[in-house]
Ligand binder design. Structure first.
Ligand SMILES: NC(=O)c1ccc[n+]([C@@H]2O[C@H](COP(=O)([O-])OP(=O)(O)OC[C@H]3O[C@@H](n4cnc5c(N)ncnc54)[C@H](OP(=O)(O)O)[C@@H]3O)[C@@H](O)[C@H]2O)c1
Length: 316
């Protein structure tokens, strides 16, 4: 692909968007565009239409979204449904109208039904009900997948959707109130070590199994999808391997050098016993994850240590 291709990364300051920007830059793509939400509110159709008419990007990568945990989803269901639909609809429609060659839509594994068989295959989409706690977000994302599929069918344009598993890496959210399990554990073990190797209490039994993908691996998958035309419209992105939360805790404890005890608070809910993506479809197209979990956690811990001061200043 031409290195001067004009690529617009929506959400380029986020965890995912910034990783994609870094990876594209490293590969020599030098005509990258990014706009903060202050400069361009993607919920505003007229602003988005003007921006596309002026810039006419060849490729659009949609990593912009209103994201959040269970608490935020249950407090603001309308924003999780409507903001996400507005953002993605404006981007998808403007890309179609302005003859964009490639559109990559990013969602998440929450689009799949709560009780779908594991590992989750792409074709279980819309086969039964969603997890109620984040259905607002999931329904918005499903409508984005379907909009890209419809454009692919009707206009034969290369609009595709990638569904990453749980991500971790630099620029993650380390706020204990709202963060995901891996960054929350990293921070807890780090702070307990600093605090004389105090015991660490973790939620649940530690038995559920989860899959984790380094965000730099996801960025490579996005570039691979950009540089190749896939057979189909919807692909999972993951490692295809999971581990128990207990094993994850031991790995993170080892990486941080914490020597204290781990207590499991099994009065707290475990959540679903297993969540693993089937990644056969993307593997058949020729892409596989490359960063081993322990290597990725070490790298993330280094980033955390270097940025902990800024993270605190920003978040609290
Ligand atoms: N993190 C994960 O574990 C994970 C896992 C699977 C899938 N994903 C998917 O990856 C995508 C990105 O997630 P992320 O973790 O990178 O989120 P993030 O760090 O919160 O970044 C989201 C970005 O969206 C932009 N944005 C939000 N509302 C906007 C608006 N109205 N106008 C313009 N920009 C707006 C923000 O821009 P500003 O910074 O300029 O405000 C921000 O940079 C999402 O679709 C998510 O579903 C993430």
């Amino acid at each position: 692909m031409e290195r001067n291709l004009k690529i617009y990364i929506a959400g380029h300051r986020g965890m995912v968007g910034s990783a994609i920007w870094r990876a594209l830059d490293k590969k020599g793509y030098h005509n990258l565009i990014g706009k903060t939400s202050n400069d361009l509110d993607l919920k505003n159709q007229a602003e988005v239409a003007d921006f596309f008419e002026t810039e006419k990007p060849h490729v659009v990568i949609d990593a912009a979204a209103k994201v959040g945990g269970i608490l935020a989803n249950s407090r603001y269901p309308y924003q999780f449904l409507m903001d996400n639909m507005l953002i993605q609809n404006n981007l998808i429609d403007a890309s179609l109208r302005n003859d964009c060659e490639k559109f990559i839509f990013l969602g998440s594994s929450c689009i799949y039904p709560k009780h779908a068989p594991q590992p989750l295959k792409e074709d279980c989409l819309l086969t039964s009900s969603l997890e109620p706690t984040n259905e607002w977000y999931a329904i918005a994302k499903i409508s984005g997948v379907k909009a890209c599929e419809a454009i692919r069918k009707q206009y034969d344009k290369d609009f595709i959707s990638l569904m990453p598993t749980n991500l971790y890496g630099s620029h993650d959210n380390f706020d204990l109130e709202t963060s995901h399990v891996l960054p929350a554990m990293l921070r807890k073990f780090h702070e307990a070590k600093e605090n004389g190797h105090a015991p660490v209490t973790l939620w649940g039994s530690g038995n559920p199994k989860r899959e984790f993908l380094h965000v730099d691996d996801l960025a490579q998958a996005v570039i691979f999808a950009m540089e190749n035309r896939f057979q189909d419209n919807l692909y999972n992105v993951g490692t295809g391997q999971d581990l128990s939360i207990k094993d994850l805790a031991l790995m993170i404890q080892g990486v941080t050098g914490h020597k204290g005890e781990i207590h499991w608070d099994d009065s707290k809910p475990d959540g679903t016993p297993r969540k693993l993506m089937d990644v056969t479809k993307l593997s058949k197209e020729g892409w596989n994850a490359a960063i081993p979990l322990e290597t990725g956690i070490k790298e993330t811990y280094r980033w955390f240590i270097e940025n902990v001061q800024n993270i605190k200043e920003l978040k609290y």
